[in-house]
Design a protein around this ligand. Structure first.
Ligand SMILES: Cc1ncc(COP(=O)(O)O)c(C=O)c1O
Length: 403
């Protein structure tokens, strides 16, 4: 069967393999604790669901403008102004089927074949694939743990070539949970502007931040930064609406118009009913967001306390999003039941098979000796899952020492 070069080059999601195996074991009646969740565990707030029900009952079930309804685009402009003092007009907003779709549109709008996009590692695993789909070349720049996985201006400048077109900034970050400060962002965007790069700022986790951290939205850093930034956000994470598929981009009107043209042929408008739900999310009560944020902070604190008691692993304390990245480097090379652990993939498989815990190995996130655990699961399951991980690691170290 003939498959296009581009199609054949796209990697399947590595997280899906372990998720599928975990699901298979669960279906066979095995009690699996899953730390893979990329979405909040709570339901979409009821006022948001009611708005969707009302939309259906009122027959709001037809095509809408490609970039989304004017009322939702205005609500997004209002939110951006209220939260960050950012002034956008509705013709600068393109609403899509999730932030993932917004990112895909953005890369298609700005990249020519061979254009390079700088992606600091660890990164969300879809970025390189999205860049490749748009005929761009992902240029991975490895950040350092001692720098809290933050890209430095020097590292950025060293990675820039004559083909560099854009840089991705994802703060708060998936998978590390790091957040850039205003000063750090200023230093990075200064380099980006020096080389006239676009800045793709993925701020999807902006509301889920801890320890009193402050989220700085990249386009607030100056008029010239605003011009070159494509801001990506949406309702998926903040309002527990991952299945509704509503995300948006805020950009220069020219870029927004190109993104809208691309979308018009690919998928037309985002779902009309989900747009009404998103409108209720942005214009309705916001206490649901704070409630969720507080629950995540409590779970993160618990996880960090427990990790300190587990030998030979360490973790960077996340300040945002809902993931903890475990550094498993010290366990690489250990033999367990006759098998050498070569990378975190092996460890993730052993954790699943021997401890019935599903975690995400992070080779495809640009950090092969790490696993990612989500704390968007119940506290009970976090406790149970960490008990199992601790027991397995102690067993593993004991057996290795006794060989
Ligand atoms: C960093 C990051 N950006 C974007 C997305 C996609 O969000 P959406 O579900 O709205 O497409 C995710 C989802 O996991 C993410 O982690």
């Amino acid at each position: 069967m003939y498959i296009s070069r581009k199609g054949s080059q796209i990697k399947p999601s590595s997280t899906l393999a372990i998720t599928a195996k975990a699901k298979e074991m669960q279906d066979e009646g095995v009690d699996i604790i899953g730390f893979g969740a990329g979405e909040p565990d709570c339901d979409t707030p009821s006022h948001i669901k009611q708005a969707a029900i009302q939309a259906i009952e009122e027959g709001f079930t037809k095509y809408t403008p490609v970039a989304g309804t004017i009322e939702l685009r205005k609500a997004i402009c209002h939110q951006l102004q209220q939260d960050h003092g950012l002034i956008y007009a509705p013709n600068q907003i393109v609403i899509s089927n999730g932030a993932k779709h917004s990112l895909t549109n953005a890369f298609m709008a700005i990249l020519n074949p061979g254009d390079e996009v700088i992606i600091p590692a660890p990164f969300w695993l879809s970025y390189p694939e999205m860049v490749g789909l748009a005929d761009g070349i992902p240029m991975i720049v490895y950040t350092k743990k001692e720098n809290q996985y933050k890209l430095t201006p020097e590292e950025l400048e060293n990675a820039i070539t004559s083909r560099t077109k854009a840089i991705i900034i994802n703060s708060p970050s998936n998978p590390t949970g790091m957040i850039y400060t205003k000063e750090e962002l200023q230093a990075l965007v200064a380099v980006a502007l020096k080389y006239d790069l676009y800045i793709i700022s993925d701020e999807i986790y902006e509301k889920l931040i801890y320890d009193g951290a402050i989220h700085v939205s990249v386009p607030t850093l100056g008029a010239d930064v605003y011009e070159k930034t494509i801001l990506i956000n949406g309702v998926s994470k903040s309002y527990s609406m991952t299945g509704w598929r509503i995300g948006y981009a805020a950009a220069h009107p020219k870029i927004a118009s190109v993104m809208s043209n691309i979308q018009s042929h690919g998928s037309s408008n985002p779902n009309s009913i989900a747009q009404k739900a998103a409108l209720a999310a942005y214009t309705g009560p916001q206490d649901c967001v704070e409630e969720m944020r507080r629950a995540f902070e409590e779970r993160r604190n618990y996880m960090m306390e427990r990790i300190e008691q587990i030998p030979n692993i360490s973790a960077f304390k996340p300040r945002g999003a809902f993931y903890v990245l475990f550094d498993m480097s010290e366990l690489i090379g250990i033999t367990y039941e006759g098998e050498i652990i070569h990378a975190a993939d092996d460890l993730a498989r052993i954790l699943l098979e021997k401890a019935q815990v599903a975690v995400v190995p992070c080779a495809d996130f640009g950090c092969p000796n790490h696993i990612r655990l989500s704390y968007a699961i119940s506290m009970d399951n976090i406790k149970k899952g960490l008990d199992r991980i601790e027991a397995l690691i102690k067993d593993l170290l004991f057996l290795d020492a006794s060989v």
